[in-house]
Design a protein around this ligand. Structure first.
Ligand code: PMP
Length: 341
């Protein structure tokens, strides 16, 4: 049986969280002499610690109840909070499937938690016979699965099988889900008490600068996330910017359509290049390609101030290309056509 309290670090379970008068009175009218603010200015007041308005809006867009939403200063903050809630430093372990997003490893290292890594197979899927035995380790508290995965761009098929076969917490990072045809697992948080789904406004919503990440999970896990987060973790300007952008759904749809069309064009053009050995299928706003010499291509592009991501060290001779605006993609493709690596 799944038992959340046995998974939470005892010091977090017993933690008395920071509290302020604004927990209750944020957004109400009154004379506020409680938080040692300067009464003058535009940005003089602390923001709503629980981002009620923003959660309400996201609840409508994502079809997830507000009590099942936690917001972080980017999903990077939530990744770190998961380690702090569930993993005893120097004792507990986490697991992920590589190659994948680099912050799981960095956050694990910061928190002095061993990160066990399992290689994805040739098609960048999880090999279940390799993964299943590892899930029985009693010191394994967290599994991170990035789907669609960065940098491989594909969706992972076995996500639910892992959730069903693990007694610890599974964090499914859906940063790129808005570009995919697959269903978000956010609609299954009631079914799986060990599931945390991460999404972000940094990608399809175009708000990377505003640092708004979301966790969709059961209310008990939300309450632990609230316990450990810094009190005012999303700034007032960023909450306002996010609310304004979330109103512009037409623009969101238009941009997404453009990016997905551009992805098709990019793939067609990349196929014409004889030094491109492989173009991996993409469920995201980027493409992973294998070339004959990734370092040579990367260096030739940076010399022209065109910056892509060289992933040669994590996937041999692979480059990750983000889909940009049409003219940016055209400049990149012309540059690639003129390279002889
Ligand atoms: N998860 C994945 C898979 C990512 O690629 C990124 C951004 N590179 C993040 C999380 C971080 O997103 P945020 O901007 O919300 O911190």
């Amino acid at each position: 049986m799944f038992n959340l309290t046995t998974l939470v670090r005892p010091n977090i379970l017993n933690l008395e969280p920071y509290s302020s008068a604004r927990d209750e009175f944020s957004g109400t009218e009154g004379i506020f002499l409680d938080a040692n603010e300067n009464p003058y200015g535009n940005l003089n007041r602390y923001p709503d610690p629980f981002q009620k308005q923003l959660k309400q809006k996201l609840s409508e867009i994502k079809s997830v109840a507000t009590e099942n939403i936690f917001l972080g200063n980017g999903s990077d903050e939530i990744i770190d909070l998961c380690f702090r809630i569930f993993c005893e430093p120097g004792k507990d372990k986490a697991l992920t499937f590589v190659p994948t997003y680099g912050m799981y490893e960095v956050s694990a290292a910061i928190n002095n938690v061993e990160l066990v890594t399992v290689n994805l197979d040739k098609t960048f899927q999880i090999n279940m016979s390799e993964a299943l035995p590892l899930l029985t380790d009693a010191s394994l508290k967290l599994v991170f699965i990035c789907s669609p995965n960065n940098p491989t761009a594909n969706s992972i098929d076995a996500v639910e099988a892992i959730i069903q076969n693990f007694k610890g917490i599974v964090v499914v990072d859906e940063a790129y889900i808005d570009f995919s045809d697959r269903e978000s697992l956010s609609q299954k948080i009631a079914q799986y008490p060990n599931l945390i789904v991460l999404q972000t406004l940094s990608k399809a919503w175009g708000l990377a600068a505003a640092r708004v990440g979301m966790a969709f999970t059961n209310a008990a896990i939300v309450s632990f996330l609230n316990k450990v987060k810094p009190p005012y973790n999303i700034s007032a300007p960023n909450q306002i910017a996010a609310l304004a952008t979330l109103e512009k759904t037409d623009e969101y749809d238009r941009q997404k359509e453009t990016l997905l069309n551009e992805r098709v064009i990019m793939i067609q053009q990349l196929r014409q290049l004889d030094y491109v050995r492989k173009i991996y299928p993409s469920d995201t706003n980027f493409i992973l390609i294998e070339v004959t010499n990734a370092d040579a291509v990367y260096n030739a592009l940076t010399a022209q101030n065109i910056i892509i991501r060289n992933r040669n060290k994590v996937v041999k001779n692979c480059l990750r290309i983000t889909i940009g605006r049409p003219h940016e993609n055209a400049v990149l493709l012309t540059a690639l056509q003129n390279i002889q690596p």
